[in-house]
Design a protein. Sequence first.
Length: 264
Amino acid sequence: MRGPLPQVLGSARREEPGRPVKDVCYLCGRSDPDTKDHVPPKTILPKGIRRMTLPAHRACNNEFSADEEYFRDVVGPPALDYPDGSDVFWASRRAWQRPQGRRRLRMILRGAKPVELRSKTGLYVGRGIQIAPDMARIVRVAGKVGRGVIFEDTGTVVASENIVCARVPAAAVQSERDAAGEDGRRFWDLMAFEQAYHTNFSPSVACRRVYRILASAPILRCEVNMVLVVYAEAFLMGAEIEIPDPRPGLLMVAVESEGTSRGG
């Protein structure tokens, strides 16, 4: 079994910024939500785990249903290597026994290639397959989680086109950080800040984010930097948001002109 969230992300303490009560759909921003959505989706977490519950329109939420099942089918098999991943693994296996699940599995395996499996020392240990999943669908679900977390923290609705999301294998997070250029180093430096919020949804599913102040007047404008880890996958996200009515106590980072930073 693999261990919990990579330590490169920083402290695993749980911060609860608290969600402002807003009677709007967190996905579209319109009023009169008629359902609640779980963030992250229940399909990718162990049974009995408490999740964020956010207001949404049923129609908005249903737009992601097929992609969330596809996401689970991709992250499910590797999740068995993690101490909290067996529920997700077996949920994927059960789904593949149904007609719609079999169609998704055939779609996932369509571009699969045979590969040799080797140990860290290079010893041959067998053969396997390498899949090429539809990353647009995978990133779309991760971005939805990121949008939900931002809404939970700040009450701000983020449109899907306003959040940037890139997938990196979780095992490559350390090397990604080591190889980062100047902009990348700033991202990882922010992840290590004391003002970062860190939420463990389960031992191997977690989200760390920082709100960096870009302007404080006339409306508070922030850059959001975020890492979401879901078992063997990691997603690096960024967005710019406006917070017209920031709640007291929201932790932010203000970057000084010399490049140094302080808490806000």
